[in-house]
Design a protein around this ligand. Structure first.
Ligand code: HEM
Length: 381
């Protein structure tokens, strides 16, 4: 029998049923109808068969579990003191994470930890293409907000729970000599399926969702210390929303490549259909314009793999709002090739400036018996 989980078009059709209803009722309303999004949990997708891990399976939560991201998040980046072996600090962090998350039912609160290039660079280099992000266009770099040794992402539906957990983990890390670099809270509307960003467009439509897609595009397999890990790219992207929204509705849609009301591709079809990049008007113009963001970022155009985008909106005050971009992929190149193509021409990127950035290896989940990143960092320190 074909199940929804191994048939992307079935998933797509059932997602299709979700968005117009949610949009009609106001997808941002907290009382929008609860519809289950197909994904690893909803479709009964099992974690990979590798054993020896906690109740959540061998992979860290907060990547593709829960299938629908929680509504609040904080991303914090730390440095370890230069002469301290990272194994102990990371193991302590893992213990604190287990303490926090096992006290919560299900995946109400998730913590995802990543290790920066200084800690795992050489190990990740051969297998996943390393962790060093090159310079890209429109970056406002500062020493504090670029790079870093440790990524801690906390997600929950309760913003206070997010804050408390982040403070608890910051305290555990400070006790080990780690210092905070930058931290950013984010939010997304409740509701299932793609939700709107601060430009008013449904975001997160084109993402790997089925278990086979996620295994192929997001997770590294074994054997070896990278098994059940993935690479996270985190960027704080300030968006000139005022400038973007001053454009006509039609121009905004041409900038994205999808309709604002329901996210449908400008090439036709329904809300969650893929773009048809070859579709043209009778006069020979592309229906999805050449510089539309969704065309430029499309993996067919970039020749790269597909990334799982799981970002949050943020607002720090007037003039500083945008997207806390978080993507997970099994190769860094999936991100870098996509970003390069956006740099070469993308109508949306004219409104976007990166103000913080880093790439991190997210190792397999830890258990009370198996310290976090033990296979990777070994006994050093
Ligand atoms: C503030 C900046 C950004 C905003 C507001 C934004 C928004 C959007 C929106 C509305 C879509 C169409 C709906 C969807 O498929 O989710 C989209 C698609 C996409 N975006 Fe972005 N995006 C931003 C930055 C980026 C960056 C930096 C990357 C990666 C380097 C990226 C990668 C993608 C990809 C891969 C798609 C799907 C393209 C396809 O249809 O195959 N985006 N984005």
């Amino acid at each position: 029998m074909t199940t929804q989980r191994d048939n992307p078009s079935m998933v797509r059709r059932s997602l299709l049923a979700v968005l117009p209803v949610a949009a009609a009722l106001g997808a941002c309303r907290p009382d929008a109808p609860a519809v289950t999004l197909p994904g690893p949990r909803a479709t009964g997708g099992e974690p990979s068969a590798r054993g020896g891990a906690g109740p959540g399976g061998p992979r860290q939560a907060g990547v593709d579990r829960p299938a629908q991201p929680q509504t609040h998040a904080v991303v914090s980046v730390y440095d370890l003191p230069p002469r301290v072996g990272p194994a102990r600090v990371v193991a302590r962090l893992g213990e604190a994470v287990l303490e926090l998350t096992t006290a919560q039912p299900g995946e109400a609160l998730t913590v995802t930890v990543g290790l920066g290039p200084r800690l795992v660079g050489p190990a990740v280099l051969g297998v996943a293409g390393g962790l060093e992000l090159p310079a890209f266009a429109r970056e406002e770099r500062t020493a504090r907000t670029w790079g870093g040794d440790l990524l801690v992402q906390v997600c929950a539906s309760d913003p206070v729970a997010v804050g408390l957990a982040d403070t608890r983990l910051a305290r555990a890390l400070a006790a080990e000599g780690a210092s905070g670099r930058w931290s950013q809270t984010g939010f997304r509307p409740p509701g299932n399926g793609p939700v709107r960003n601060l430009l008013g467009f449904p975001d997160g439509i084109e993402n790997p969702r089925t278990r086979p897609e996620l295994d192929r595009e997001v997770w590294l397999d074994g054997p070896g210390p990278l098994a059940d890990g993935t690479i996270a790219v985190v960027r704080r992207l300030r968006v000139d929303a005022t400038g973007f929204l001053a454009q006509s509705a039609a121009r905004q849609e041409e900038t994205i490549g999808r309709r604002k009301a329901d996210g449908a591709p400008l090439s036709g079809g329904e809300a969650l259909d893929r773009l048809d990049l070859s579709a043209k008007t009778p006069r020979g113009r592309y229906l999805v314009p050449a510089m539309a963001h969704a065309r430029r970022a499309n993996p067919n155009a970039t020749g790269s793999g597909r990334m799982l985008r799981r970002g949050y909106s943020y607002r720090n005050g007037p003039g500083d709002q945008g997207l806390l971009f978080v993507s997970f992929q099994r190769r860094l190149r999936t991100f870098t090739a996509t970003q390069r193509r956006l740099d070469d021409g993308d109508d949306l990127m004219r409104f976007v400036t990166a103000t913080a950035s880093g790439a991190f290896f997210v190792p397999a989940a830890c258990t009370p018996e198996r310290p976090l990143a033990h296979d990777l960092l070994g006994e050093q320190g």
